[in-house]
Ligand binder design. Structure first.
Ligand code: MN
Length: 373
C-alpha cells in the first residue's frame, strides 16, 4: 500500500520461507492417451470418451456417471494458469512447486478420479492398475518430493488385497480408496481382509472426495454449489463414521485413514455427534466398543484442508496431529499459486508448533517424507 521499497532491496523480495511445507492434496493431469494405450483390450471401448451431440455440444461420457458437458470458458490470469497447470511435465511441476513454497506433495489423479464411476469392479480394477503402473514410474525421478497415491478398487475384496500387496512392493506410500463405496459400504465385515492387508503394509488410506459415486446430482439454479458442498464435500463424513463406529478401528488399531480435500470444519461436529449417538442410542448400538467413536478417529484418523479458517478454530476438538494442509494444485478450489497468502491469512492464530505440524510434519510422518531437522 504505498510504501516504497528501500533502494537496496528488490521490490519483489518475498518474505523468507519459514516452514517445511507438504501439500497433502495435489493432482496431475495424466497423459491424454494413458488408459487408451495401456488398458486391457477388452475394456478399451468402455473408457471415458468425448462425444459431440447434434447441437454441437461436447460432453465427456463416462460409464456409470452423468455426461460431463465440456464448455469452453474464457479464463484469464491465475484462473488460466490453474487450468494449464498439473501437466505431465516434471520440470514444469517443480517450478510450480517452488513458486508456491511447496517442498513435497501427495499426488492424486485428475481424470482418474472417475476410475470408480463404473459399477463394474473389474473395469474399476483395470483402470486403477493403469494409473498405478504409470504414476510411480513417472514421479520416480522426484520420489523424495512426490508421492503419488495407489488407486485400489475395493469392491472385489480378494482382487483388492492382491493389488494392495502389489503396490506396496512397488513402493507406493498410500492407498487411495473412493470416498463412497457405491452399494457395498465400508462398515461391512467383508472388507476385513482388505483392512488387514493395508494395515500390514503400513500405508494410510486416503479417501479423496468426488470418487465412487457421481458427485454431480443437482442441475440448474445453484447446481454448481449444491454439487460442491453436498454431493462432493459432505460425503467425506461417511467413511469416517463407517470406520469409527463399526469396530473396524477396534479390530485394526494400526490402520490410518482420512478424507482428502473435504476441509475440516465439519469434523469436530462429526466426532461429537458420533459419540452422542453412541451414548444416547445405546440400546440400538452394535457392536459395543471399548472406546468412543471419536477416540478411534483421534487415534487413527486424519483429514486435509486447503482454506478453512473455521475448521482451524475447532482444532482442539479434533487434535492438531490429525490435520494436514494441502493446496489441491492445480484445481480452482485450491490455493496455488497463493498458498503462502492463504497460510498467513488462515493460520494467524496457530502457534509455531501447530503450524509446523499442519503444514508439513504431520504429513511427513504419515506419508513418509523426510523433514529437515
Ligand atoms: Mn484434491
Amino acid at each position: 500500500m504505498g510504501t516504497a521499497a528501500p533502494e537496496n532491496q528488490a521490490p519483489t523480495a518475498k518474505p523468507q520461507k519459514k516452514y517445511f511445507v507438504v501439500s497433502a492434496d495435489c493432482h496431475v493431469l495424466e497423459p491424454p492417451d494413458l488408459w487408451e494405450r495401456r488398458i486391457e483390450a477388452k475394456f478399451r471401448h468402455r473408457l471415458p470418451k468425448v462425444e459431440i451431440d447434434a447441437k454441437g455440444h461436447k460432453a465427456l461420457v463416462v460409464e456409470g456417471a452423468r455426461p460431463l458437458r465440456i464448455r469452453d470458458f474464457n479464463l484469464e490470469g491465475e484462473d488460466l494458469e490453474r487450468a494449464k497447470g498439473g501437466r505431465p511435465d516434471l520440470a514444469a511441476r517443480m517450478r510450480d512447486l517452488a513458486r508456491d513454497g511447496i517442498d513435497a506433495e501427495v499426488i492424486y489423479p485428475n481424470r482418474g478420479l472417475l476410475m470408480w464411476a463404473s459399477p463394474d469392479p473389474a473395469h474399476q480394477t483395470a483402470m486403477c492398475r493403469v494409473w498405478n503402473d504409470w504414476a510411480l514410474e513417472f514421479f520416480g525421478p522426484q520420489k523424495h518430493r512426490c508421492a503419488p497415491v495407489a488407486a485400489v478398487a475395493p469392491k472385489d475384496v480378494e482382487t483388492a488385497v492382491k493389488e494392495v500387496e502389489r503396490v506396496a512392493k512397488l513402493g507406493y506410500r498410500t492407498v487411495f480408496l473412493p470416498v463412497q463405496a457405491q452399494d457395498q459400504p465400508y462398515n461391512l465385515p467383508l472388507y476385513d481382509p482388505l483392512w488387514a492387508a493395508i494395515q500390514e503394509t503400513g500405508m494410510p488410506i486416503s479417501f479423496h472426495v468426488g470418487t465412487g459415486k457421481d458427485p454431480r446430482t443437482a442441475t440448474g439454479n445453484g447446481g454448481a454449489i449444491i454439487n460442491y458442498v453436498w454431493h462432493a464435500l459432505s460425503t467425506a463424513i461417511e467413511p469416517v463414521v463407517q470406520l469409527c463406529a463399526s469396530g473396524v478401528c477396534e479390530r485394526f488399531p494400526k490402520l490410518r485413514f482420512g478424507p482428502v480435500e473435504a476441509g475440516i470444519g465439519w469434523l469436530a461436529w462429526t466426532l461429537w455427534v458420533m459419540d452422542e449417538g453412541y451414548k444416547k442410542h445405546h440400546f440400538w448400538v452394535a457392536p459395543k466398543l471399548p472406546m468412543l467413536p471419536s477416540d478411534y478417529f483421534r487415534r487413527q484418523g486424519f483429514a486435509t484442508f486447503q482454506d478453512d479458517p473455521i475448521g482451524l478454530e475447532t482444532r482442539r476438538w479434533v487434535g492438531i496431529d490429525n490435520l494436514l494442509w494441502g493446496d489441491d494444485y492445480p484445481h480452482h478450489e485450491g490455493t496455488w499459486p497463493r498458498s503462502q497468502e492463504v497460510i498467513d491469512r488462515t493460520m494467524a492464530n496457530l502457534t509455531e508448533d501447530e503450524r509446523r505440524k499442519v503444514l508439513g510434519l504431520n504429513a511427513a510422518k504419515l506419508y513418509g517424507f523426510e523433514a529437515p531437522v
